[in-house]
Design a protein around this ligand. Structure first.
Ligand code: ADP
Ligand code: MG
Length: 706
């Protein structure tokens, strides 16, 4: 054991072919300090050198081939500016090919031997039937060379600096080869339990590490990749799930043991509509959580318009029934106010005291709210970021609802956490940005998730159309018609100012243009963008909300949660410039009333392949989860909120999109293991326990503050 440890932690300078200077470089450029680091520095691709091509079979120009043959002649050819090159000819039993080098001519001339057999690898160029390879790799054919070459040959990522100093991918290949030679008789401890390996038919760590560098064929490569990807995803899951268990054990929370007059009163007298099945299911999940006296940290996902607000309200009432206060936080003043007014209306007559607080509430009014809050006479506080300032003190805060979580930073959430007394308040975070299920189970492995996957009945599907700019006259007519019916229209632009490089129709130009077709005083327009003062923005929004203007021209500031039921058309200009989830969010601003709603995607004629797919996805479906899946496939998971903190991107080999099956397997194994052995005390799980002890720093639960 000790020996194994020693050898993997030998300094890289002790590896044959490295030495102090190269060791410095490897450390600085690639972070490789020990043998172990090089062992885990995997190739990023392979060139297929599993077989030799016969010279006569080379038919196409520009392909890379590996040949085997006898060097029959070589000569230095004088070139322009006295630049000599070396020409040589290689022959196999089917024909011959010319080889040319411009560099290292002298050295090559003296070392290449006519009449000897060589392995040659390079890109062929053909002209008039004459076959040539410029700057081929060439190596004397012997047993060692065969071993190293007749495989899927690894290609390592190198840096310019490394290459300049003789550490090209090829050189790294040699080092890795030396390393594996040294390790071949050493024990390399496996981090996965034996029984797991045999259950899943995974190869050992040692075998996998050897195969991943020098697979003899695609099967070996596959075995190695499978094993190593599984390992990565498994330990990621173990980290998340193990933290979750310990969080549950550690964190006691307020116990909302009973429902009383608020919840029941609301449910029996005030509920404005029948809840959907999904809403009921989610309320039940949360109810069970809150009864247990364990801290709740839950994410509520539901597409735009799925009715998260009423769920949140009913959860708030559970807190009130148990003599706790609740707060409800939204990312913008507009949204917070919207929640305030609608909730106030919904609970009127139940004897509940609600207050609104934001940065704009000042002076006496603020002082009085703060006072009542700390005395406990305010039951529900609704507002913006202002709620988490230190001077906001609750008497007995039981639960915090956070709407549209992606607008809040981790720090802000941590601040909230400290607002409870005795125990931290329960946290319910709501988001309308659907996260692909595969991702959310990984990402939020240590968070509980509830999903509303059903829209309230009677909602008409939003019709989505894609128009090229040439159809603008049609668009104008359409807007005119809808306004004629009394509807209101959003028009959204990606930019505020004209960018010279990207010839985009910007907001102001678009606004002018619309004014031309929809002149005052017959029509009225609002304009909203990020550079406006908040008060002006607010005023314009309110005018639109109250129906005083028919068209709201804006940038994506209107994206989040604004609720204007009478707005039935969302026009998105330069739609090709928006990401899928943003398009979907924007579309969600319409379709809130009873009328048929439309989303019109305007774009130029020239579209990239991805842009085409984004737009056609929008036209095809309204389902947020489906859209999220496509989005993740197109962009990769890197841009999805929370992925970075989760460590999901630090994976060397696995890719959570492409390796979904492995991810599922890893997760379900992990769940089963922890179910049977939550503390990992069984002898058979010793390796897992060891992993956790060794990697304690990775087990900080970031979920605690999400
Ligand atoms: P979101 O999930 O986007 O926050 P909201 O909570 O704002 O959605 O709900 C959208 C609209 O649907 C609101 O006008 C709300 O009153 C209505 N609504 C919510 N649940 C139902 C239901 N079960 N039946 C009918 N209408 C509902
Ligand atoms: Mg909402």
């Amino acid at each position: 054991m000790a020996k194994e440890k020693n050898i993997l932690y030998s300094g890289i300078e002790y590896l044959k072919g490295v030495g102090p200077k190269r060791a410095e470089l490897l450390k600085a450029e690639l972070g490789i300090r020990y043998f172990k680091d090089l062992l885990y520095f995997f190739p990023f691709r392979y060139t297929d050198r599993t077989h030799f091509v016969k010279i006569k079979d080379i038919l196409a120009d520009g392909i890379s081939v590996q040949l085997k043959g006898i060097l029959i002649e070589k000569e230095i050819i004088g070139g322009k500016n006295k630049r000599n090159r070396l020409g040589a000819r290689l022959k196999d039993d089917t024909g011959y090919i010319d080889l040319i080098w411009f560099q290292g001519v002298k050295w090559l001339k003296s070392s290449l031997k006519e009449g000897q057999e060589y392995i040659v690898y390079g890109k062929v160029s053909m002209s008039y039937g004459k076959k040539t390879i410029v700057h081929p790799e060439i190596e004397l054919l012997n047993e060692d060379a065969i071993k190293r070459n007749v495989v899927l040959s690894p290609v390592y990522s190198s840096t310019e600096k490394l290459t300049k100093n003789g550490l090209s991918s090829r050189a790294i290949t040699k080092l890795t080869y030396n390393l594996l030679y040294v390790l071949q008789n050493e024990i390399i401890k496996d981090s996965l339990p034996e029984y797991l390996l045999s259950e899943l038919k995974l190869i050992s760590a040692k075998k996998a590490l050897f195969y991943i560098h020098f697979p003899k064929n695609s099967n070996e490569l596959k075995l190695a990749e499978n094993r190593l990807k599984f390992e990565e995803l498994f330990f990621l899951q173990l980290r998340l799930l193990f933290s979750k268990i310990s969080r549950k054990k550690r964190l006691i929370g307020h116990k909302f043991s009973s429902l009383g007059k608020y919840f029941n009163g609301f449910y029996e007298q005030k509920l404005p509509f029948e809840l959907t099945g999904a809403q009921k299911k989610v309320i039940k999940e949360i109810r069970i959580d809150l009864k247990r006296g364990i801290h709740m940290n839950r994410l509520l996902q539901g597409d735009v318009g799925s009715g998260k607000t009423i769920v949140a309200l009913m959860v708030v009432l559970m807190a009130l029934d148990n003599d706790f206060q609740a707060c409800f936080m939204a990312p913008t003043e507009i949204l917070a106010q919207q929640h305030f007014f609608s909730i106030e209306k919904m609970v009127s007559g139940l004897g509940i005291n609600i207050a609104f607080l934001s940065g704009s509430v000042k002076g006496k009014k603020r002082a009085s709210i703060l006072n009542s809050l700390s005395e406990g006479s305010i039951d529900i506080l609704i507002g913006t970021h202002a709620l988490i300032e230190d001077w906001v003190i609750f008497k007995n805060l039981g639960i915090v609802i956070i709407d549209e979580q992606h607008r809040f930073g981790v720090k802000q959430r941590a601040k909230l956490w400290r607002k409870g007394n005795k125990y931290p308040p329960h946290v319910l975070v709501m988001t309308a940005t659907p996260i692909p299920r595969t991702l959310s189970m990984t990402l939020y492995g240590d968070l509980d998730i509830s999903i509303i996957d059903e829209l309230p009945p009677g909602r008409k599907e939003i019709k989505t159309l894609h128009f090229y700019d040439s159809k603008r006259p049609k668009l104008i007519k359409f807007i005119e018609k809808e306004i004629g019916k009394g509807r209101q229209i959003y028009v959204v632009y990606p930019l505020i100012e004209e960018s010279e490089k990207l010839d985009l129709k910007n907001l102001e130009e678009g606004y002018e243009n619309l004014l031309h077709y929809f002149p005052r005083p017959k029509y009225q327009m609002s304009i909203v963008h990020g550079r406006m003062k908040p008060a002006d923005k607010e005023l314009e929004m309110q005018r639109f909300k109250k129906g005083k203007t028919q068209i709201l021209v804006g940038t994506t500031v209107i994206e989040v949660g604004v609720d204007v039921a009478n707005a039935s058309v969302m026009v998105i200009e330069n739609a090709e410039r928006f990401g899928l989830s943003q398009l979907h969010q924007l579309r969600g601003r319409v379709g809130r009333g009873a009328e048929q709603s439309y989303c019109i995607l305007m774009s130029s004629f020239k579209l990239s392949k991805d842009a085409k797919e984004r737009l056609s996805t929008m036209v095809r479906t309204n389902n947020g989860f489906e859209i999220a899946e496509v989005d993740m496939r197109l962009r990769g998971p890197g841009d999805i909120e929370g992925v970075r903190q989760s460590g999901l991107l630090d994976l060397k080999l696995a890719n959570i999109v492409q390796d979904e099956n492995i991810l599922r397997a890893a997760r379900s194994k992990c769940i089963n293991i922890l179910k049977e052995d939550p503390k990992l005390e069984l002898e058979k799980n010793k390796r897992l326990k060891d992993y956790i002890l060794k990697n304690k720093h990775l087990f900080l639960s970031w979920g605690r503050i999400s």
